[in-house]
Design a protein around this ligand. Structure first.
Ligand SMILES: Cc1ncc(COP(=O)(O)O)c(C=O)c1O
Length: 468
């Protein structure tokens, strides 16, 4: 490599905004050794970059990108275009009222960091080799205990397969148990990321409508009795948050048993139920072992940790284990060890208890704020739990335009109609409330869009939006 190439690469990095003014660049000697070129070659490139004003040499402090460099903001133009372009909802969207993010202010960070430090320091050399494919054994034990006690299951640690979350769970299950053209049914409306993934990996994908009692099992039996997989969110339907009624739970299990089909239970936020009536998992009723239970720590700990799991029916453990060795690598050990300790020392249970109370309060705050700001625009069908609310539009269908408008103001809500695959659809906004700390804060957030929302529906005053 010659000096011109080194010069060109640095210049490009700076112009693209990847190297920022003030950032230090490697010493000539270090870069020469890294690129295996003579020091003179790097020196020549650095001299030109300095001569052109991209670099400044600061003696013993090394060479830096010129801190006074003023560049046309290529990166920021690109970013703002990205935000403004109507983009499909993504799990990486930023903003307030985001769906499914735990209360970040209420997580016991200190405790977590203390454990993390202790565990990182105690990692033994033999633990640095390869992690177990199905998960760190003490974590599998902790999860099995938790599910048996809190979610009414009756599983053994050997049935737990630790994964990096929902999508990994679905892919693994279908890889292990499905034939290429097996019929898969999904709820309508249903989790948009699930739908998107299944459109890629399940060629025969069909939908079953959801009503106040959850998935319509009569419809399933009438139209898709031959399905091999039914993917459901029985505790809090995603997104309507209704619970699958007990008669339908039994009907679904009976159908699965008679057809030798599998029910994939997605219990993503089953921990957060607020009524006195506990809602045990569907899996707790599964005497014939037709349910593959899936869970996640994204709602109870943090999504960035990327730890989820599935409970393999006993008869399938061999198949999962065999294919797991081919398809999977096991998750990084360190976060699994920290989590296992967090559960085993009782912090997890304490945290859940606190969050159940907090989320109930925050849900009330959010509802009060919406009703105050938009008294006639939305209506609610309050359910027993969940980490989001659905604000149904009372008499309008423009939820996509409304959500887009709110998202432009960093209110990261989703249009309900976008979660539907077929007609009839319902219209409204899916709103996360878990990080709302007061009614006033919620009102201040909504105030950012009050005026424009009124304009969108071009009925000034008609929806009773306060003008304050
Ligand atoms: C319906 C549903 N299932 C599962 C998950 C969990 O996803 P993951 O474990 O990949 O974070 C979520 C998260 O938002 C969800 O909304």
């Amino acid at each position: 490599m010659g000096y011109k190439e080194i010069y060109r690469r640095y210049r490009q990095q700076i112009l693209d905004g990847r190297l920022k003014p003030g950032e230090r660049v490697p010493a000539i000697r270090v870069l020469a050794s890294e690129l295996q070129v003579a020091r003179k070659t790097v020196e020549a490139a650095y001299e030109i970059l300095t001569g052109e004003g991209y670099f400044v040499s600061q003696g013993a402090k090394g060479t830096h990108v010129n801190p006074d460099l003023q560049l046309p903001s290529v990166a920021s133009v690109a970013t703002s275009e990205l935000i403004l372009a109507p983009s499909p909802p993504s799990s990486e969207s930023k903003g307030e009222l985001r769906l499914g993010i735990p209360a970040l202010d209420a997580f016991p960070h200190k405790k977590w960091l203390l454990l993390a430090g202790k565990i990182a320091r105690s990692l033994r050399p033999e633990e640095m080799v390869v992690p177990p494919v199905m998960g760190y054994q003490p974590l599998r034990e902790a999860i099995a205990n938790y599910l048996n006690i809190s979610r009414g299951l009756n599983c053994k640690p050997g049935q737990i397969f630790i994964t990096n979350g929902y999508r990994a769970n679905l892919q693994l299950i279908l890889s292990v148990l499905a034939q290429p053209n097996d019929k898969v049914v999904f709820e309508d409306p249903g989790y948009f990321l699930g739908q998107r993934l299944l459109k890629h990996i399940a060629p025969s994908l069909h939908y079953v409508p959801v009503d106040q009692q959850g998935m319509d099992i009569d419809y399933l039996q009438r139209n898709h009795a031959d399905a091999r997989f039914a993917i459901v969110t029985p505790t809090h339907q995603s997104p309507l948050a209704v619970s699958l009624s007990l008669p339908r739970k039994h009907q679904l299990l009976e159908w699965a048993q008679q057809n030798n089909s599998w029910v994939i239970e997605d219990d993503y936020d089953g921990e957060f139920h607020y009524t006195r009536k506990v809602t045990p998992a569907l899996k707790s009723l599964d005497i014939h072992e037709r349910v593959i239970y899936t869970g996640t720590f994204s709602k109870t700990i943090m999504p960035a940790m990327r730890i989820g799991y599935l409970v393999m029916p006993l008869a399938t453990v061999g198949r999962f284990s065999e294919l797991g060795q081919i398809l999977e690598t096991g998750l990084p050990l360190l976060p699994q060890k920290i989590l296992a300790q967090f559960i085993n020392e009782g912090h997890f249970y304490r945290h859940l208890k606190k969050m159940r109370i907090l989320y109930q309060q925050r849900r009330r705050m959010m509802l009060d704020a919406i009703q105050f700001m938009f008294p006639d625009l939305f209506e609610f069908e309050l359910t027993g739990g969940g980490m989001h609310i659905v604000a149904f539009l009372k008499c309008d269908r423009q939820d996509t335009a409304l959500a887009e408008l709110w998202r432009k103001h960093e209110l990261c809500v989703l249009p309900l109609s976008g979660w539907y695959a077929q007609q009839p659809k319902r219209y409204g906004l899916v709103i996360g409330y878990t990080n709302i700390q007061s009614v006033e804060q919620a009102q201040a957030i909504l105030q950012r869009v009050a005026e424009k929302t009124r304009c969108l529906f071009s009925d000034p005053g008609g929806m009773g939006i306060p003008t304050q």
